[in-house]
Ligand binder design. Structure first.
Ligand SMILES: *[C@@H]1O[C@H](CO)[C@@H](O)[C@H](O)[C@H]1NC(C)=O
Ligand SMILES: *[C@@H]1O[C@H](CO)[C@@H](O)[C@H](O)[C@H]1NC(C)=O
Ligand SMILES: *[C@@H]1O[C@H](CO)[C@@H](O)[C@H](O)[C@H]1NC(C)=O
Ligand SMILES: *[C@@H]1O[C@H](CO)[C@@H](O)[C@H](O)[C@H]1NC(C)=O
Ligand SMILES: *[C@@H]1O[C@H](CO)[C@@H](O)[C@H](O)[C@H]1NC(C)=O
Ligand SMILES: CC(=O)N[C@H]1CO[C@H](CO)[C@@H](O)[C@@H]1O
Length: 608
């Protein structure tokens, strides 16, 4: 018997950050405290020019009171400036004119989609497989196949961004089955294989492909990537390669991130939360974290707690947001003051648990498929094991996170032992996952109530659904609108819509989805247009613009086309997930969307 029960979940071998240069220790502390670069990430992204032991020897010979200038010189002498350490690569099987473009009615949107589709070519990279010397170090986690980068500051592959770049495959899930597939399958598979290799090596998927990210993960979407890839390709070889690794990743999450909760009826539940075991500044934001933590006047144990909550905040993918803090902002706090009240590990996030549920269902299906393939019963129980885990999780999510009165799911707050009544697009994730309370579809009037907030956003915010209602200056707060979370809402509406029998209600929801999609497109299209986007033969470039069309990682919900702001770095363009979501929406609602007639009236001055 190989029945996997909860007790058998092993605390799997997980490798942690142990580089003497890129991970917390005396070396990193000294260099990063000196704040040699504007962005702490600059240093940890540089590889060494000489063998690590020589670099360390030279470092420990420096006087203890070495000046900033001396340290800067030391870094210049010992580290390469490898801003461009990833190499541009050819995007395999690229077809400039995939079929889905023809399903977009509006010629401007079609031209726009064509541009976005072609942009993948500029985001394709490989990693150099050789270092400047024997014994040299780099923080990059090596992967052997090409991949798509998000763009901007993020030069390496990031975990949860990746699902979004796979949405190209997801297009075909709805309408164009198999067509796009023929073109971008290769890179999709390469990226999945890169991830699987990393999980095999490290025991989990780190936040990004750098050793300094080895203490935390990000929303666990690898199983979903395999799922949408499988839905398109039925590639059994890939599934066989992937499944043991996906099992292992699932075990990592169950064993390291589970939390037991007793409800008011005394019933026990197990759900998942983000939780990073960490007591140091994040290597890539070292100086920033020191200011947040050391200048706060906390005692040492409280400082360690805060470092853990900061790293956990990065694990959520929402770095940072008032969603995870205890402070009720008055509006004049500095970002540091807000972050000092992070309570990340005590939040049981509704989106994370939805993803875990989707993974449990997918893993159950995968085990069933492979068993059928082998026509043997040996792994049968894993199919049931995951099915059972999904069933339990669904019950727990409904028992603990559903609010009967508001008719929406909320996060659960372990500190107050109650739901946290604040609404973000993430609260709709369970619907995407197919989790509905038993009476949901019997109460059509209440379904309107569930989506009332989205209807209001649609009327009030012409630039996108705001991520929260709190204007805090943190980047996962108002007024920013994040395309992947708009995608979640659209998927949620789609899942509800297709289960509804009442025609009028179905149409109302569909109209809502089209409005939300149109708003998304208004923003991404105008942002692109105002930064020099053009369509050969159809639309000439706006005068006085030197750039050639940008998509941003986030937008301003109040002003369509303008990038969002706030947070720890300047707004990034590129941008993997925005491109993915834009193409998905253009395909999904392609015959109902229109290019905004004019992007004028939108302030011309754009962030960079
Ligand atoms: C560093 O310390 C040494 C001896 O402790 C002293 O001679 C030197 O002047 C100091 N340098 C600076 C820049 O403070
Ligand atoms: C440190 O501070 C926290 C709250 O600020 C307090 O609860 C805790 O008791 C303090 N610990 C020590 C060892 O003083
Ligand atoms: C959770 O509950 C505590 C205690 O009621 C409260 O202070 C806090 O603001 C709540 N929210 C979060 C995200 O911790
Ligand atoms: C736009 O270009 C014209 C001519 O090239 C120039 O006179 C004008 O000042 C420019 N306007 C802006 C806002 O840069
Ligand atoms: C999209 O932008 C156009 C401006 O060209 C505007 O007329 C339209 O109302 C916008 N659509 C939505 C849903 O906000
Ligand atoms: C996920 C991970 O690698 N976590 C590690 C973070 O670092 C601590 C020690 O500092 C390890 O115990 C964790 O396993």
């Amino acid at each position: 018997m190989t029945s996997a029960s909860d007790d058998e979940l092993k605390d799997d071998d997980v490798k942690s950050c142990d580089s003497p240069i890129y991970c917390p220790g005396p070396f990193l502390d000294k260099i990063q405290r000196a704040k040699l670069f504007d962005d702490s990430k600059t240093f940890v992204d540089r590889g060494t020019k000489r063998p690590v032991n020589e670099v360390l020897t030279a470092f420990f010979k420096l006087p203890r009171n070495a000046t900033r200038k001396t340290l800067k010189k030391f870094v210049e002498e010992n580290f390469v400036n490898n801003e461009n350490d990833l190499q541009a690569a050819e995007l395999p099987d690229f077809n400039p004119n995939p079929t889905f473009l023809q399903h977009i009615k509006d010629q401007y949107l079609r031209g726009f989609a064509s541009y976005v589709h072609s942009f993948w070519k500029t985001l394709t990279r490989t990693m150099p497989q050789t270092l400047p010397c024997e014994g040299c170090a780099t923080s990059l986690i090596q992967v052997s196949r090409p991949f798509i980068i998000p763009g901007g500051r993020f030069k390496e592959i990031y975990y949860w961004y990746l699902l979004m770049t796979f949405i190209l495959c997801l297009d075909t899930y709805f309408v164009l089955e198999g067509l796009l597939l023929g073109e971008l399958n290769t890179i999709s598979k390469d990226m999945i294989l890169n991830f699987l290799d990393i999980v095999d090596e490290y025991g989990f998927m780190p936040n990004g492909a750098r050793v300094y990210y080895l203490n935390r993960s990000q929303p666990p979407l690898l199983t979903q990537m395999v799922k949408i890839y499988m839905d398109k390709t039925k590639d059994m070889d890939l599934l066989k390669r992937a499944l043991p690794t996906l099992d292992r990743e699932y075990n990592y999450w169950r064993s390291k991130h589970s939390v037991k909760i007793q409800d008011h009826h005394g019933r026990n539940h197990e759900l998942t939360r983000y939780s990073v075991d960490n007591k140091y500044p994040r290597p890539e934001s070292y100086h920033e974290d020191i200011i947040t933590v050391e200048y706060a006047g906390f005692n040492v144990s409280k400082q360690k707690e805060l470092y853990a909550d900061i790293a956990t905040g990065a694990e959520t993918g929402w770095d940072y947001s008032t969603r995870f803090v205890t402070l009720i902002p008055k509006g004049d706090e500095t970002p540091e003051e807000i972050l000092r009240t992070l309570n990340t590990r005590m939040v049981v996030p509704v989106d994370l648990n939805s993803i875990m549920y989707m993974n449990e269902q997918a893993l159950s299906d995968f085990h069933r498929i492979l068993v059928t393939q082998r026509s043997a019963g040996s792994k049968q129980n894993l199919e049931n094991y995951y099915r059972d885990a999904a069933r339990k999780r669904r019950r727990s999510i409904i028992n603990l996170l559903w609010d009967e009165k508001d008719r929406v799911f909320y996060d659960y707050n372990l500190t107050s032992r109650a739901i946290e009544k604040s609404l973000t697009p993430a609260n709709y994730w369970p619907f995407w996952a197919g989790i509905f309370p038993d009476d949901f579809f019997q109460r059509p009037g209440d379904i309107i109530k569930t989506f009332e907030a989205i209807e209001d956003y649609g009327e009030e915010y012409p630039g996108g659904i705001p991520i929260t209602m709190t204007a805090s200056t943190l980047q996962w707060d108002f007024p920013n609108s994040w395309p992947p979370l708009v995608f979640v809402v659209l998927k949620a509406i789609t899942e509800v819509e297709r289960r509804i029998v009442f025609r009028q209600l179905r149409e109302r929801l569909h109209q809502l989805a089209v409005t939300i999609a149109q708003i998304l497109i208004n923003s991404t299209y105008c942002g692109w247009r105002l930064t020099g986007g053009e369509i050969p033969g159809i639309l000439t470039k706006m005068r006085n613009v030197t750039e050639s069309g940008k998509l941003f990682e986030k937008y301003d919900a109040t002003r369509p086309g303008l990038p969002g702001g706030g947070g720890e770095y300047t707004v990034q363009d590129g941008f993997g997930w925005t491109n993915g979501v834009t193409l998905w929406a253009l395909n999904q609602y392609g015959d109902e969307l229109q290019a905004p007639r004019s992007c004028i009236g939108i302030p011309k001055k754009l962030g960079t």
